[in-house]
Ligand binder design. Structure first.
Ligand SMILES: Nc1ncnc2c1ncn2[C@@H]1O[C@H](COP(=O)(O)OP(=O)(O)OP(=O)(O)O)[C@@H](O)[C@H]1O
Ligand SMILES: [Mg+2]
Length: 356
C-alpha cells in the first residue's frame, strides 16, 4: 500500500482495462480526487497535483496552458520532495455532462461521446504498448460529482525539449536534410499505425511530437479520438490527408504535385490493400479540404471502402469549406504552388527518393 494513501472502495463499475492495469482508486487527501496509479513512482507526482488541487499551493506545479474557458489545463509537475525526480506532464479536462457516463463506463459512442479522459488513457496505453510512438501514462485522476466523473487528469511522461512537428518544420524551412528526416520519421510512424490497425483520427502536425534527437521515433499525442476498427487504406489516407492539409497551410487549392506526392506515400503504405483504389481517390479531397467538425472523420472509417460514396463526401467537404470561408491561405491562386508549398513538394520527392 502507498504510504499516506487511502484505498477507496469500488463504488462504481469501472472499465476492465483500468481496474486490471492500475492500482486504485486511492485518495491522498480530502481533495475529492481519486487516483489510479499505473506505475509505482506515479504516487509522488499524483500526490503533488492532488495537494495543489486541495490547497492551491503550486510548489512543484507549473501551469503551462489553459484552454477553452478552462475546460482544459496543462501542467508540468516537478515534485519538490525529490529534487532529482523526472518531470511529468498533466492534462486536466472538465467533462461536459454528455460525456460523463461514457467516462465512467469507459464507453465511446455517439450518445456518450468519444474523447473523454478514460478513452484517452486507454488509447494512450494501447499506442504506447503496441508501437514506439506513444507516450507513457503513469496515473489517472478523477473528481466525481453525483456519482459521475466531472474532471479527469491524465498524468504522463514529460517530453523534455520535444516540439510539435509543425513548429520544427517551420523553424527549418531551408534545411532540406532535416525536413527529409522528419518526413521519413513520419512515414515510419504511419507504417507502425498501419501494422497495429490504429487510426489516430486527429493526426495533425501539432499532435506529432519531435525529439531533439531527430533519430528518435516521433510520438503521437492527443489520442482521445483514436479508433482501432478501420480499413487500413482509408485510415492511412486519413492520416496523410489531415497531416498534409495542415502542413500545407490549409490551402484550399493545393498544387497537383502535392496531391501526387501524397498518393505516392499512400501507395508505399497501403498499395497492396483492397481499399487502395478508393483511398487513392479520397486522399486528394482530404489534402484539399479541412476535415474538422462538423465533418465526421469517424464516419469515413465506418464504411467499407467499396461502400464509400466519394461523390457525396466531396460535396460535403466542398460545402463545409465554402461555409468556413477560410482566410488568407485559401485565397492563393488555384493550382499555383506557393514557395512554402513548393518546398513541401520538394521534401516529399526527396524522401520518396531516399526510401527507394
Ligand atoms: N507528454 C507531453 N510532454 C510535454 N508536452 C506535451 C506532452 N503532451 C502534450 N504536450 C504539449 O501540450 C500541447 C497540448 O496537448 P494535446 O494536444 O494533448 O491537447 P489539446 O487539448 O489537443 O491541445 P491543442 O488543441 O492545443 O493541441 C501539445 O501541443 C504539446 O505542445
Ligand atoms: Mg492537440
Amino acid at each position: 500500500m502507498i504510504t499516506g494513501a487511502r484505498r477507496e472502495g469500488a463504488r462504481w463499475p469501472r472499465p476492465q482495462f483500468l481496474t486490471a492495469r492500475s492500482d486504485g482508486p486511492v485518495a491522498f487527501s480530502d481533495s475529492g480526487w481519486r487516483w489510479w496509479l499505473i506505475e509505482g513512482h506515479a504516487a509522488l507526482p499524483a500526490r503533488t497535483i492532488d495537494h495543489y488541487f486541495r490547497t492551491g499551493d503550486s510548489s512543484g506545479i507549473t501551469l503551462l496552458r489553459e484552454k477553452a474557458a478552462k475546460s482544459r489545463r496543462f501542467y508540468r509537475i516537478a515534485p519538490t520532495t525529490l529534487p532529482d525526480s523526472p518531470h511529468y506532464f498533466a492534462k486536466q479536462m472538465t467533462l461536459p455532462p454528455r460525456k460523463r457516463l461514457g467516462a465512467l463506463l469507459g464507453r465511446s459512442n455517439p450518445l456518450v461521446g468519444y474523447s473523454h479522459g478514460t478513452a484517452e488513457l486507454s488509447h494512450n496505453l494501447a499506442l504506447n504498448e503496441q508501437t514506439a510512438h506513444g507516450v507513457r501514462a503513469f496515473a489517472f485522476g478523477e473528481y466525481f460529482r453525483g456519482g459521475l466523473p466531472v474532471q479527469q487528469v491524465l498524468l504522463q511522461e514529460y517530453l523534455v525539449d520535444w516540439q510539435p512537428f509543425d513548429a520544427v518544420w517551420k523553424l527549418h524551412e531551408d534545411n532540406a536534410t532535416l525536413r527529409r528526416t522528419l518526413l521519413l520519421q513520419f512515414f515510419d510512424m504511419l507504417v507502425s499505425l498501419r501494422d497495429t490497425g490504429i487510426s489516430h483520427l486527429d493526426l495533425h502536425p501539432g499532435n506529432v511530437m519531435v525529439s531533439p534527437d531527430l533519430q528518435a521515433p516521433l510520438r503521437a499525442i492527443d489520442c482521445g479520438q483514436m479508433s482501432m476498427e478501420a480499413d487500413p487504406a482509408i485510415s492511412a489516407a486519413l492520416h496523410l490527408g489531415v497531416f498534409l492539409h495542415e502542413l500545407n497551410g490549409k490551402r484550399a487549392s493545393p498544387a497537383p504535385e502535392l496531391e501526387d506526392g501524397a498518393c505516392r506515400l499512400l501507395y508505399g503504405l497501403v498499395g497492396a490493400e483492397a481499399g487502395f483504389a478508393t483511398a487513392e481517390r479520397l486522399l486528394p479531397l482530404l489534402v484539399r479540404h479541412s476535415t474538422k467538425k462538423p465533418f465526421s472523420r469517424r464516419r469515413l472509417l465506418r464504411h467499407k471502402p467499396d461502400k464509400l460514396k466519394l461523390d457525396a463526401v466531396e460535396k460535403q467537404l466542398h460545402k463545409l469549406s465554402q461555409r468556413r470561408r477560410l482566410p488568407a491561405p485559401a485565397a492563393h491562386a488555384p493550382g499555383i504552388a506557393s514557395r512554402q508549398e513548393q518546398r513541401l513538394i520538394a521534401s516529399l520527392d526527396d524522401m520518396v527518393t531516399a526510401m527507394r
